[in-house]
Write a protein that binds this ligand. Structure first.
Ligand code: NAP
Length: 435
């Protein structure tokens, strides 16, 4: 029987699904010893720090992760940073294979004047702020304005817009960061604009997310009915509508037609609006948009503009990977061929491999495919020293699976009296004190 040692860097969905694929491919002849290395003292990646707090069902996938993590041959090395506590070269020499599952955490830039004004944020800062990521708890977000603009027509933009437009008491029984919840309770924002540069037929939203909007109890959601019927006409002129597009357009039409209750809080969709400039004297005051039109399926600027007065701008226009020293990058992701990284015993999965696309489940098939290639490449297991010994010699404070289980239990217990799934800890010191 051969036992191969695999290090997985990054404890998010892609990393766990890679571990699961390896576990599932074990036989009487082959076993895997899997070490998952994670920079934070807490695992689960975007399931913890990305998924919107009002979407608890999506987070139930964490149960799957915990099953993977408690299977034989799996060890968690939390609070261990690649490039600081250990290098990629060291991992590659100690393990038969290394799997990079570090995602894409850096927000793409708009590249327009005013983008860096106070009051303008990337969703890459805003989302981890409301999700209690330790590195973003101190982001200074002010919600003392009446209107906010969210740029982008994808699900992250929708999450951000919804978080800003919800009646904050709806978040009281969620795991929203305590600091964000108290800010949201005193927020003056009553109108949230969500702006896509192309038409409704090109939007990256998915229909389940659109369909929940008319059901919001304290927020009216507005989409211009004419814009949707024009989009449907244009899309139908291109041929039979693909199922997902049809469902999206129907969901947008349902929002447009839904009765508006006159709520104090509202959300407005704007399409065919390219952000040109963020204006303001010392802080965000207004966003200027170029108006576009669609001709023969192509989106073109009309030369006309409009602007929205606001005090907060969040751009949710996609992500790119933070670069790890020693790895080749191309187009914001690790340069790879179907997950193989040329010339080394490292592989890449998830957003670091394919870019920021797909839902959590997409990572299951993606990671499984890459692990098939990893399996094909394995020859004889390496013998060598254990990473735990090396990390301990370096004085690293490892958070093991059982340490994490204590942190997890602490957070869940703290949430219980308030009807919350958990109260997330933010301070690394506090987390390390519990372990
Ligand atoms: P996304 O789905 O790729 O959407 C990005 C949006 O930004 C697109 O509308 C894009 O427009 C727009 N954009 C890009 N550059 C722009 C620019 N310079 N100016 C204006 N707009 C610009 O990315 P995402 O929203 O970050 O989501 C990432 C992935 O996570 C997606 O697969 C998403 O479905 C998934 N996710 C899922 C959920 C869920 O299931 N509930 C929640 C959150 C995220 P163009 O199309 O014109 O480029």
């Amino acid at each position: 029987m051969k036992t191969f040692k695999v290090a997985i860097v990054g404890a998010g969905p892609a990393g766990y699904f890679a571990a699961q694929a390896l576990q599932n491919s074990q036989s009487e002849d082959i076993k895997f010893s899997i070490d998952m290395i994670e920079r934070l003292p807490t695992p689960w990646g975007l399931v913890r720090s990305g998924v919107a707090p009002d979407h608890p069902k999506i987070k139930t996938v964490a149960k799957v992760f915990e099953k993977i993590a408690t299977a034989e041959g799996f060890r968690l090395f939390g609070n261990i940073e690649l490039g600081k506590d250990i290098s990629l070269e060291e991992l590659e020499s100690m393990y038969d294979a290394v799997v990079i599952a570090t995602g894409s955490s850096r927000g793409r830039k708009l590249g327009i004047p005013g983008e860096d004004l106070p009051g303008s944020f990337s969703a890459a800062d805003f989302v981890p702020w409301y999700n209690a990521h330790p590195d973003f708890a101190d982001v200074e977000i002010s919600l003392d304005c009446n209107e906010a603009v969210v740029i982008g027509a994808g699900n992250v933009a929708m999450d951000v817009a919804r978080m800003l437009a919800l009646e904050p008491s709806e978040l009281d029984t969620t795991d929203t960061a305590e600091h964000a919840l108290s800010k949201l309770h005193t927020s003056s924002i009553r109108k949230v604009h969500i702006c896509g540069r192309r038409g409704p037929e090109h939007a990256a939203f998915t229909s389940p997310e659109l369909r929940e909007l008319p059901k919001l109890e304290h927020t009216d959601v507005h989409i211009d009915q004419h814009q949707i019927s024009e989009a449907i006409k244009r899309a139908e002129a291109q041929g039979e509508l693909p199922k997902d597009l049809k469902s999206n357009l129907e969901a947008m039409q349902a929002i447009a037609e839904a009765e508006k209750k006159g709520h104090e809080r509202s959300m407005y969709f704007h399409f065919l609006a390219t952000p040109l400039e963020i204006k303001g004297d010392g802080r965000v005051e207004e966003v200027v948009f170029g108006i576009n039109e669609v001709n023969d399926g192509n989106v073109k600027a009309t030369g006309e503009t409009f602007s929205i007065k606001c005090g907060l701008v969040v751009s949710a226009i996609g992500y790119q990977s933070d670069e790890i020293s020693g790895l080749p990058y191309e187009g914001g992701k690790v340069k790879n061929e179907n997950g193989r990284i040329s010339g080394r015993n490292s592989y890449v999965v998830g957003w670091a491999k394919r870019g920021p696309s797909g839902v959590i489940g997409t990572n299951k098939s993606d990671s499984t495919d890459v692990m098939k290639l990893l399996l094909e490449d394995l020859k004889e297991p390496k013998s060598g020293s254990d990473v735990e010994k090396l990390l301990e010699e370096r004085g690293a404070k490892i958070v093991t699976q059982s340490d994490w289980e204590k942190i997890n239990a602490h957070e869940v217990a703290k949430g219980e009296p308030h009807g919350k799934p958990r109260v997330k800890l933010i301070s690394r010191t506090e987390m390390l004190g519990i372990k």
